[in-house]
Design a protein around this ligand. Structure first.
Ligand SMILES: [Zn+2]
Length: 175
């Protein structure tokens, strides 16, 4: 299927659309900003609506009510000010519109799976203690300046404890 060229792919619209995706493909994107903007709609008329910009090198997406509701679910907030940094999984779905079937951009109602790897041992950072891999990576980075898996974070923690106690010992010995 990928060897054929859909006519929509030959279009070069200013906004992200189903044309940018192959059937069955998901595009993982990170929201950079979202806000009300004026854009040129499909009929060539100027329209006002919600535009979502991404950190990745893709065009901004015109966000309809359906997709805004899904982003609300994934971001955990209906406020567009809370959306930056949210990762979404975009896919193309056939929808019927005006008696015709068209491909439309849709967003998965859950955060895309993220693979983060430990800077120490290279294994995948897994969710633990109710924290997502991203949260664990962020907290270990803040503490140890490296994103670490649970095992390596424990090792570091115990290492820092024994360092502290041996440092304490030295002081005692010196004193
Ligand atoms: Zn590790």
């Amino acid at each position: 299927m990928a060897t054929k060229t859909h006519w929509k792919k030959l279009n070069n619209p200013d906004y992200l659309g189903a044309y940018a995706l192959d059937p069955g493909e998901d595009m993982i994107l990170t929201i950079k900003s979202a806000g009300k903007e004026t854009f040129v709609g499909t009929a060539g008329k100027k329209e006002e609506g919600l535009l979502v910009h991404f950190k990745e090198n893709v065009k901004p997406m015109i966000c309809n009510a359906t997709n805004a509701k899904t982003i609300t679910k994934v971001a955990g907030s209906p406020y567009i000010e809370d959306w930056p940094g949210t990762r979404i999984s975009v896919y193309s779905q056939e929808v019927s519109a005006f008696g015709d079937t068209v491909d439309a951009l849709r967003i998965r109602p859950y955060a895309p799976k993220e693979e983060l790897y430990c800077d120490d041992c290279g294994s995948e950072i897994k969710a633990a203690n109710g924290k997502s891999p991203r949260q664990i990576a962020a907290s270990t980075k803040a503490k140890y300046e490296k994103q670490l898996c649970g095992d390596c974070a424990v090792k570091r923690f115990e290492g820092s404890k024994s360092e502290e106690s041996s440092a304490g010992k030295e002081e005692v010995e010196n004193g």
